[in-house]
Structure formats: structure tokens, C-alpha cells
Design a protein around this ligand. Structure first.
Ligand code: PLP
Length: 341
């Protein structure tokens, strides 16, 4: 079967490719059911479903890699399961166990094994778990029925011409999430709230992504549209502590690797003015691991924080260290990978 496919692994975009199967699990009558396998790309649901009207919806994103030794590894799926559980508590959805989440990840990967990009292509298999309220709600209340589905799609290397830096722009006109809102949860609503800022910032082609400050004071650094922020100052890895940013698993892993490299790691509020003291800065997340920030423009104040056209030494070192673990090239000392057998 694999030979009948004609995928150009090296030139895959970060987009959707139809695969063979997805896995599903329904929550009805107060409990989660059996895992089901589907070959349909569509979901049938009632038009009054809570996800459609009141945004009762959450998602996750993680990757599986074909490694150097031929084995398939998933990076930290338990951490995604735990984050989804936190999101469920945040928007009143039933939690799915870590065991079930990981079992479904493994199952959907095995079922679509022929879509896992070969080692050395820079591409990987992206897993997109989705949890939606399907129960009928006209009055505002949490639904009584839910669907959890995981689909996969092969995705290309984030950086086409290799690891490189991009300019970002601070948006003071719009907020993505409120200090006590849903910014800490991975919900579609945060993305709906960011789309206007995203389109205005990026679609001119000048910037890679919009960048948010804290909504209350517009004084502290929050994160980029879909990636956490870190800065490097005199060999220290500094990342924001904020109640309105998504706890990135990539960032958490980079903090650990930075510590392993003997760097000082600080998680604290970062005043925008402090950006001028950083020698390097990056956006981090599953898609790119690290997207080095060339400069951060603040059009409203006319300031520009410049970090350089080339990725800095610490960012480069951290990027390669994390990629090496994910690709099975370096020892997985923290037991982050789940090997598929
Ligand atoms: C998913 C996401 C990230 C990155 O999280 P990872 O677990 O590292 O992929 C960062 N910010 C936002 C807003 C996100 O939705």
C-alpha cells in the first residue's frame, strides 16, 4: 500500500492531508464509551450542539516521529492528556483519562503508519485531538454529550530553508485572552479572538505572527498567537509567568534542557522594556519547536526590539537538543518519548 502513495515528504506544508482512519470516543449517559475507528472525515452532530453555539470545544496538538532506529516515538503524550484534562475543568467538559488518551494516540498512529514521514525528511505525523460538546444546548449550560476524536496528518518541516529567524509584531489593539479568562486553556475561542489581530499582523506578509502583551496593563510580555515566548539574557533562559498564556509543553521541555545545559532558568513577569536587554528571543511550540524572533516591532510606541537575523547560539543549541531527543538521536534522559510497538 505504501508504494501506491505519492507524497513528496520533503515539500509537505503544515496542512491537512487525508489519511486512512481517525479514532473516536463518545461520552454519553455520564461515561466514556469504547474506542471506535472511523474512516470518515466527517462528524455528524446536532445543529444545537454546545460546541457550535457556546464554544464548548478543546483541542491538542502533538507529533509522532519516525526515528533514526526505525522506531516510532510520540513526544510527551501524557503531558497533552493532562493539559486537556485541565482544559476540561476550565470549560466544564468531562475529563478523559491519560490512559485512554495515550491509547488512542497509539492506535491512530498505528492505523495510519504509512503516513508517517520517513526519518531524515524533517517531516512528522501531527496528531490533532479534538473534544467537542455534542449535546443539545439552547440555554447556556454545559452539554451532556461529547465526542473526542483524534485525526492525524503528515506535516512538513516548519522551516523550509532550515532553522531561521522571523520578525514578529506586538499588537496593542486587540487582546487574545483576559488575565482570569481562558488563555491557559487550549480552546478554539482563544483562536477566534486572535484571528483579526493575526490577519492584520501577518497577511501583509511582513510579519510571521502577532504578539500579545498582558491584557490588563499592556506592560508585560505574554506570548505569540500560537507559541510561548522565551528570551535569553546573559546565558539565562527567561520565560513569562502569566495567567493568560497557554502552558506550552515545548517551553516546559526547553526549560528543562536549558537547566541541563547549566543555564539559569527564570519564569517570571517580563516587562516589555526588558526586551531590549535580551540577546536572543524565540517563540516555541510543537509546530516549529523554536521559531527564533528576528525582531519584535511595537508600532504603537515606534519601538523595535532587535535580536538578529540569524538564530542565536543558545536558541540553536536548545533547538537541536530537543529535536535530537524527539528523533531518537540523543538519549531520552527525562523519559519524554513513548515508543510505539
Ligand atoms: C498550543 C499552543 C502553544 C504551544 O504549546 P505546545 O504544547 O508547546 O505545542 C502555545 N501557545 C498557544 C496559545 C497554544 O495554543
Amino acid at each position: 500500500m505504501a508504494n501506491s502513495m505519492n507524497i513528496d515528504w520533503e515539500n509537505l506544508p503544515f496542512g491537512y492531508v487525508k489519511t486512512d482512519y481517525n479514532v473516536r470516543c463518545y461520552y454519553r449517559d455520564g461515561k466514556w464509551g469504547e474506542i471506535e475507528v472511523s474512516s470518515s472525515e466527517h462528524i455528524e452532530m446536532h445543529m444545537a450542539a454546545s460546541s457550535l453555539h457556546y464554544g464548548q470545544e478543546a483541542f491538542e496538538g502533538l507529533k509522532a516521529y519516525r526515528c533514526k532506529d526505525g522506531k516510532i516515538r510520540i513526544f510527551r503524550p501524557e503531558a497533552n492528556a493532562e493539559r486537556l484534562q485541565s482544559t476540561c475543568r476550565g470549560i466544564m467538559m468531562p475529563e478523559l483519562s491519560t490512559e485512554k488518551f495515550v491509547e488512542m494516540c497509539k492506535k491512530v498512529i498505528k492505523l495510519n503508519e504509512r503516513f508517517i514521514p520517513p526519518y531524515g525528511t524533517g517531516a512528522s505525523l501531527y496528531l490533532r485531538p479534538l473534544l467537542i460538546g455534542t449535546g443539545i444546548t439552547v440555554g447556556v449550560k454545559p452539554a451532556d454529550e461529547y465526542l473526542f476524536v483524534i485525526f492525524v496528518t503528515p506535516v512538513g518541516p516548519y522551516f523550509k530553508g532550515g532553522f531561521k529567524a522571523n520578525p514578529y509584531v506586538i499588537t496593542r489593539k486587540y487582546d487574545r485572552s483576559a488575565p482570569l479568562g481562558t488563555g491557559i486553556y487550549k480552546v478554539g475561542g482563544n483562536y477566534a479572538a486572535s484571528l483579526r489581530a493575526h490577519v492584520e499582523a501577518c497577511h501583509g506578509g511582513q510579519y510571521a505572527c502577532e504578539f500579545y502583551l498582558d491584557a490588563k496593563e499592556k506592560k508585560y510580555v505574554d506570548e505569540a498567537g500560537a507559541a510561548n515566548f522565551f528570551g535569553i539574557k546573559d546565558g539565562a533562559y527567561i520565560t513569562p509567568k502569566s495567567t493568560s498564556i497557554l502552558p506550552s509543553i515545548t517551553n516546559k521541555s526547553l526549560m528543562q534542557l536549558a537547566e541541563d545545559m547549566g543555564m539559569k532558568v527564570e519564569r517570571r513577569p517580563i516587562d516589555v522594556d526588558e526586551l531590549s536587554e535580551f540577546q536572543e528571543a524565540g517563540a516555541c511550540g510543537t509546530a516549529a519547536v523554536i521559531s527564533p524572533i528576528e525582531r519584535l516591532d511595537d508600532p504603537e510606541t515606534g519601538k523595535s526590539y532587535v535580536f538578529g537575523k540569524e538564530p542565536g547560539p543558545w536558541s540553536t543549541k536548545l533547538y537541536h537538543a530537543l529535536r535530537a531527543i524527539q528523533l531518537g538521536e540523543a538519549e531520552d534522559v527525562h523519559h519524554w518519548n513513548t515508543v510505539i510497538d
